[in-house]
Design a protein. Sequence first.
Length: 455
Amino acid sequence: MGNQLPEAVFFLGIGGIGMSGLARWYKRQGVLVSGYDKTETALTQALVGEGIPVFYTNEIPDSLHQASKIIYTPAVPLSHPVFAYAQEKGIPLLKRAAVLGEISQHQPCLAVAGTHGKTSVTALLAYLMQEGNAEPLAFVGGVLKNYQTNFLNGNGDWMVAEADEFDRSFLKLSPHSAVITAVDPDHLDIYGDAQTFEEGFRLFAEKVSAQGIILLHEKLRSFGNTITDRKILYYGQESNSDVVLSDIQHQGLFSTFTYIWGDICLPALKLNIPGRHNIHNAGAAITLALLAGVSPESIASSLARYTGVARRMDIRYHRTDLVYIDDYAHHPEEIRAVLSAVRELFPQAYLRVAFQPHLFSRTRDFCAGFAQSLSLADEVILLDIYPAREEPIPGVSSQSIAAEMGTTPLRFCSKDALPSVLGAAHSGSMVIMTLGAGDIDTCVPLVEAFIQKAA
């Protein structure tokens, strides 16, 4: 791909987790990189610190005049003036997914897909390979806390990529092998219905090389039966799965488990990321790491040092009577998984959860599911819907979820008031959580500061 690299690239939506990884890749190739995003964040600040200028106004910056390629994310509305400028000047516009797909054609790619868990699996896979001297080129949809980045620029044989189903982006990849963690319906604004959504994952599976493997969660056996001419392995806790995770024990904020795949048995593995669902994620990551040639011994030792991904069961504060956890969960099944995990870890604690719904269409499509999952909490705080790329839908709001909530204590809250409302004292032990894929993450340091001051 080296001969095809442009001299300068402009990223429209450079602060996105996937976009920033690509920006970093181009920068490492010696390309002049700059970009636009709507708001300044810790991620855009990090890019600036790495020598990538970021602009926050709709004015056309000078660096755009040099660009011979513009890479954009569908999260930026087509009304943005850069689109008109590109058409006027004849500058090629490329979606992020197309660029990532092109990169994936130049070395064997391990792709991780699924409605839930794909960032957690991708991150751990990249980490295990890096620690096991496989040195992957890795594009992760979250920040690895061990390395404080979402991008690894390894010179090894393998590429690791998170395969995003939104906008059918994952169909641009050319994977050697892949994981599919779940196919629970989502993005119905794109796919229309659950059947078409599942068909998208089947088409992704067919993109996997016939020489590779497709690793499916054990609950996807009926889905696996629709895939032909590929080697399929199942992972999970059932004894008839190909990869078996057993002897699961929760000990405080970490877990131990045994991993078995054929003749490989790794007993008493330690995982510092709480939750049974994360043990399943670890099983998937370990399997692909082994496939890529990482030794079982390296996996056993490095797994215990893994500190996780920002905003994925991210324990931000912990004392005997109070725990604060932040998580990206924004789909009913994700919320159910993280709240169930917290209930298992802290069965006696009062659970207070703040949730910011993401997208009007998702709230409309899964309103009852959100209400059912959130009802696992003792108290729920709802923020306004984060619209992202969408315009409001009449009759759809956070109140739509509240109307389905039943008897669970509930209140509405602004972001400004969230630290004091979420961190309000409780008579017994308590777990508080922030959930959502919008900008609720900007509240996290403020919540931390509030509870530390109140301690």
